[in-house]
Ligand binder design. Structure first.
Ligand SMILES: [Mg+2]
Length: 179
Protein backbone atom coordinates (compact mmCIF):
# COMPACT_ATOMS: atom_id res chain seq x y z
CA UNK A 1 0.00 0.00 0.00
CA UNK A 2 1.19 3.48 -0.71
CA UNK A 3 1.79 5.94 2.09
CA UNK A 4 -0.93 8.54 2.66
CA UNK A 5 1.80 11.17 2.44
CA UNK A 6 2.52 10.36 -1.18
CA UNK A 7 1.25 12.79 -3.77
CA UNK A 8 -1.27 11.72 -6.38
CA UNK A 9 -0.17 11.16 -9.96
CA UNK A 10 -3.15 11.79 -12.25
CA UNK A 11 -2.48 10.13 -15.58
CA UNK A 12 -3.98 10.82 -18.97
CA UNK A 13 -3.79 7.95 -21.49
CA UNK A 14 -3.83 9.52 -24.96
CA UNK A 15 -0.74 11.67 -25.20
CA UNK A 16 1.33 10.63 -22.18
CA UNK A 17 1.04 6.83 -22.52
CA UNK A 18 -0.18 6.62 -26.11
CA UNK A 19 1.91 9.01 -28.27
CA UNK A 20 -0.81 9.15 -30.90
CA UNK A 21 0.78 12.11 -32.70
CA UNK A 22 4.13 10.43 -33.33
CA UNK A 23 5.79 11.73 -36.50
CA UNK A 24 4.62 10.14 -39.74
CA UNK A 25 2.21 8.02 -37.70
CA UNK A 26 4.98 5.51 -37.07
CA UNK A 27 5.05 3.41 -33.95
CA UNK A 28 7.76 4.83 -31.67
CA UNK A 29 10.56 2.53 -30.54
CA UNK A 30 9.74 0.52 -27.43
CA UNK A 31 5.99 0.72 -28.03
CA UNK A 32 3.55 -2.03 -29.00
CA UNK A 33 0.50 -1.55 -31.21
CA UNK A 34 -2.91 -2.47 -29.81
CA UNK A 35 -6.34 -2.30 -31.44
CA UNK A 36 -8.79 -1.62 -28.65
CA UNK A 37 -12.54 -1.28 -28.47
CA UNK A 38 -13.36 0.25 -25.09
CA UNK A 39 -16.99 0.67 -24.07
CA UNK A 40 -16.62 4.43 -23.93
CA UNK A 41 -15.58 4.48 -27.58
CA UNK A 42 -18.51 2.26 -28.59
CA UNK A 43 -20.86 4.63 -26.74
CA UNK A 44 -19.39 7.67 -28.44
CA UNK A 45 -19.96 6.06 -31.83
CA UNK A 46 -23.65 5.39 -31.18
CA UNK A 47 -25.85 4.58 -33.02
CA UNK A 48 -23.20 2.65 -35.00
CA UNK A 49 -23.46 -0.96 -33.81
CA UNK A 50 -20.50 -2.25 -31.84
CA UNK A 51 -19.37 -4.64 -34.58
CA UNK A 52 -19.11 -1.72 -37.04
CA UNK A 53 -17.10 0.57 -34.75
CA UNK A 54 -13.47 0.81 -35.79
CA UNK A 55 -11.16 -0.09 -32.92
CA UNK A 56 -8.72 2.52 -31.67
CA UNK A 57 -5.09 2.11 -32.55
CA UNK A 58 -3.17 2.59 -29.32
CA UNK A 59 0.61 2.53 -28.88
CA UNK A 60 1.72 1.50 -25.40
CA UNK A 61 5.14 1.04 -23.87
CA UNK A 62 5.23 -1.97 -21.50
CA UNK A 63 8.09 -0.34 -19.56
CA UNK A 64 5.82 2.49 -18.44
CA UNK A 65 3.84 0.47 -15.89
CA UNK A 66 6.87 -0.59 -13.82
CA UNK A 67 8.39 2.89 -14.18
CA UNK A 68 5.22 4.54 -12.91
CA UNK A 69 4.86 2.08 -10.05
CA UNK A 70 8.44 2.81 -8.96
CA UNK A 71 7.61 6.50 -8.48
CA UNK A 72 6.81 7.80 -4.98
CA UNK A 73 3.21 8.57 -5.98
CA UNK A 74 -0.27 7.15 -5.64
CA UNK A 75 -1.44 6.57 -9.21
CA UNK A 76 -4.89 7.37 -10.59
CA UNK A 77 -6.41 7.73 -14.06
CA UNK A 78 -7.45 11.14 -15.37
CA UNK A 79 -8.58 10.15 -18.84
CA UNK A 80 -11.58 9.91 -21.16
CA UNK A 81 -11.00 6.17 -20.87
CA UNK A 82 -12.17 6.35 -17.24
CA UNK A 83 -12.93 2.78 -16.06
CA UNK A 84 -11.99 1.41 -19.50
CA UNK A 85 -8.36 2.28 -18.69
CA UNK A 86 -8.35 -0.44 -16.04
CA UNK A 87 -9.61 -3.04 -18.47
CA UNK A 88 -7.68 -2.08 -21.61
CA UNK A 89 -4.60 -0.07 -20.66
CA UNK A 90 -3.44 -1.15 -17.18
CA UNK A 91 -2.89 -4.87 -17.92
CA UNK A 92 -1.01 -4.12 -21.14
CA UNK A 93 1.65 -2.07 -19.37
CA UNK A 94 1.80 -3.93 -16.08
CA UNK A 95 -0.29 -1.65 -13.90
CA UNK A 96 -2.83 -2.86 -11.35
CA UNK A 97 -6.39 -1.56 -11.33
CA UNK A 98 -6.23 2.12 -10.38
CA UNK A 99 -8.77 4.61 -9.07
CA UNK A 100 -10.12 6.82 -11.84
CA UNK A 101 -11.76 10.20 -12.00
CA UNK A 102 -15.33 10.10 -13.27
CA UNK A 103 -15.67 13.05 -15.62
CA UNK A 104 -19.21 14.26 -16.25
CA UNK A 105 -18.35 17.01 -18.75
CA UNK A 106 -16.42 15.03 -21.38
CA UNK A 107 -15.17 17.37 -24.13
CA UNK A 108 -17.44 20.12 -22.80
CA UNK A 109 -16.79 23.85 -23.07
CA UNK A 110 -15.73 25.72 -19.97
CA UNK A 111 -16.92 29.29 -19.25
CA UNK A 112 -13.34 30.31 -18.36
CA UNK A 113 -11.67 28.46 -21.20
CA UNK A 114 -10.30 25.72 -18.95
CA UNK A 115 -9.78 22.19 -20.09
CA UNK A 116 -12.93 20.15 -19.44
CA UNK A 117 -11.02 17.96 -16.97
CA UNK A 118 -9.57 20.70 -14.80
CA UNK A 119 -12.38 21.50 -12.35
CA UNK A 120 -13.40 17.90 -11.71
CA UNK A 121 -9.79 16.84 -11.40
CA UNK A 122 -9.07 19.46 -8.74
CA UNK A 123 -12.29 18.55 -6.90
CA UNK A 124 -11.28 14.89 -6.97
CA UNK A 125 -7.80 15.66 -5.57
CA UNK A 126 -9.61 17.28 -2.64
CA UNK A 127 -6.68 19.33 -1.42
CA UNK A 128 -4.05 16.59 -1.76
CA UNK A 129 -0.73 17.22 -3.49
CA UNK A 130 -0.87 16.11 -7.08
CA UNK A 131 0.86 16.05 -10.43
CA UNK A 132 -1.33 15.94 -13.53
CA UNK A 133 0.12 14.57 -16.78
CA UNK A 134 -1.79 15.57 -19.91
CA UNK A 135 -1.17 16.58 -23.52
CA UNK A 136 -4.06 19.06 -23.59
CA UNK A 137 -3.60 21.20 -20.51
CA UNK A 138 -2.49 24.79 -20.98
CA UNK A 139 -1.57 28.02 -19.16
CA UNK A 140 -5.18 28.80 -18.09
CA UNK A 141 -5.39 25.41 -16.36
CA UNK A 142 -2.05 25.93 -14.62
CA UNK A 143 -3.15 29.37 -13.37
CA UNK A 144 -6.56 28.18 -12.27
CA UNK A 145 -5.11 25.22 -10.36
CA UNK A 146 -2.66 27.51 -8.60
CA UNK A 147 -5.48 29.82 -7.54
CA UNK A 148 -8.00 27.15 -6.59
CA UNK A 149 -6.16 24.09 -5.30
CA UNK A 150 -5.18 24.50 -1.65
CA UNK A 151 -2.20 22.11 -1.84
CA UNK A 152 0.91 21.94 -4.00
CA UNK A 153 0.19 20.86 -7.54
CA UNK A 154 2.03 20.52 -10.83
CA UNK A 155 0.27 20.34 -14.19
CA UNK A 156 2.79 18.88 -16.60
CA UNK A 157 2.15 19.11 -20.32
CA UNK A 158 3.27 16.02 -22.23
CA UNK A 159 3.94 16.17 -25.95
CA UNK A 160 1.65 13.65 -27.72
CA UNK A 161 4.34 13.18 -30.37
CA UNK A 162 6.66 11.55 -27.84
CA UNK A 163 4.64 10.56 -24.79
CA UNK A 164 6.28 10.14 -21.39
CA UNK A 165 10.05 10.34 -21.49
CA UNK A 166 12.92 9.85 -19.05
CA UNK A 167 13.00 13.57 -18.33
CA UNK A 168 9.41 13.40 -17.09
CA UNK A 169 10.16 10.54 -14.72
CA UNK A 170 13.13 12.53 -13.40
CA UNK A 171 10.96 15.63 -12.97
CA UNK A 172 8.34 13.58 -11.12
CA UNK A 173 10.88 12.17 -8.69
CA UNK A 174 12.35 15.61 -8.07
CA UNK A 175 8.98 17.22 -7.49
CA UNK A 176 7.91 14.54 -4.99
CA UNK A 177 11.12 15.05 -3.03
CA UNK A 178 10.88 18.83 -3.11
CA UNK A 179 7.27 19.20 -2.03
MG1 LIG B 1 -4.77 13.27 -23.83
Amino acid sequence: MSQPSQPLLLIDVDGPLNPYAAPKQRRPEGYETHRLLPEGWVTRNAPTPRNRVKPLRVWLNPAHGPELLALPYELAWATTWMEDANEHIAPRIGLPELPYITFTNLFGDDPDGLHWKTRELVAWADGRRFVWLDDELGPPDIEWIEANHPGPALALWIDPRTGLRDLHFEALREWAEGE
